[in-house]
Design a protein around this ligand. Structure first.
Ligand SMILES: [Zn+2]
Length: 342
């Protein structure tokens, strides 16, 4: 039975645009589902974490960007990126709190007070670039946490990004770095446009980025194949000291922004694979960071299934199957095996 499972919640009520998909109802929707399913009472809360310090954020973002973002907040509400990425008067503070909560989650796992956990934080982070906000994201929460873990002595970190959109910000931050292996599985041809199979890292980081651009409607069977044929072998070969996951739920069939058509149980499958890998490679050290997910029932169902995995519970699906026939991915798999030598 797993040891303590932690959660942290940064709902950021004042970072909000009610007409925007990335609004302040998202984290409360997950918390409400955790309460209703009685999962919440079995979790250890990381409460009142410190906000990230500017020095911690600077490990990932250029000081000029951090300064500009702080200045923009004074003229808020404004858009800082055409996605559109909005900021309000409180967004800078909310972004520091989200990043700080991710750091606190990693701290809890490294000091042994939790074995695994899920940081329910926003604004999200995986599109944020070293010098720019992008795609609803202000600071790269998972990248900041990874750098913090390295400062604490963890040499190699695996990041698995299963948001439906390519984790371009995380990729850019670590593209030349052989100490952080990024696996991003995403729908091909949608926002933000990159994440091709041929993008594998550069220089010393060559081979340490694994992009899996999936066709629309890839679905559950494709995901199972990817887990067995690519993600598990890649993780074993890298032998990380910590596994972090960018957990987006916008690949669910109900999500309005994309059409990869995962079902709720797929998030349990993904988490189970990562949990097994963590047990094998790094004493079970595994943390999830909330990214996208814009259909509230799918967001809540998927997030609950991550927690069920961490707690050793079976999957539940309150939303049913996708209806579109699934796409085949044999050619993509063969190409990725060739590129990465599996
Ligand atoms: Zn997304």
């Amino acid at each position: 039975m797993p040891a303590n499972v932690a959660f942290a919640a940064v709902p950021s009520p004042e970072h909000n645009d009610p007409s925007h998909p990335e609004h302040n109802g998202r984290v409360p929707a997950i918390l409400e589902a955790l309460r209703a399913t009685k999962l919440l009472e079995r979790l250890v809360e990381i409460s009142d974490p410190d906000p990230a310090s500017i020095a911690q954020v600077t490990a990932v973002h250029h000081p000029d960007y951090i300064r500009k973002l702080r200045e923009h907040v004074r003229s808020a509400p404004v858009y800082v990126d055409p996605a559109p990425t909005y900021i309000t008067h409180a967004s800078f503070e909310c972004a520091l709190n989200a990043a700080g909560s991710g750091i606190a989650m990693v701290e809890a796992i490294l000091d042994g007070s939790a074995r695994s956990g899920f940081a329910l934080i926003r604004p999200p982070g995986h599109h944020a670039r070293p010098r720019a906000a992008m795609g609803f994201c202000l600071f790269g929460n998972i990248a900041i946490a990874a750098r913090h873990a390295q400062k604490r002595g963890i040499e190699r970190i695996l990041i698995v990004d299963f948001d439906v959109h390519h984790g371009n910000g995380t990729q850019e931050i670590f593209y030349h770095d052989q100490t952080v292996f990024l696996v991003s599985l995403h729908q091909a041809g949608i926002y933000p446009g990159g994440g091709r199979a041929s993008e594998t890292g550069s220089g010393a980081g060559g081979g340490f980025t694994l992009n899996i651009p999936l066709p629309a409607h890839a679905g559950s069977a494709a995901l199972q194949q990817l887990i067995g044929d690519l993600i598990i072998p890649a993780a074993r070969r890298f032998a990380p000291g910590l596994i972090l996951a960018s957990a987006g739920f916008d690949a669910h069939w109900r999500d309005p922004l994309a059409s990869l058509q995962y079902v709720s149980r797929d998030y349990h499958s993904l988490a189970t694979a990562l949990q097994k890998l963590a047990a094998e490679c790094c004493s079970g050290r595994l943390a999830f960071f909330l990214e996208g997910g814009y259909d509230l029932p799918a967001l809540a169902d998927g997030a609950c299934n991550i927690f069920r995995t961490l707690l050793g519970e079976p999957a539940e699906d309150t939303l049913g199957p996708a209806s579109h026939p699934e796409s085949h991915i044999e050619n993509l798999l063969a190409e990725l095996r060739r590129i990465h030598g599996f």
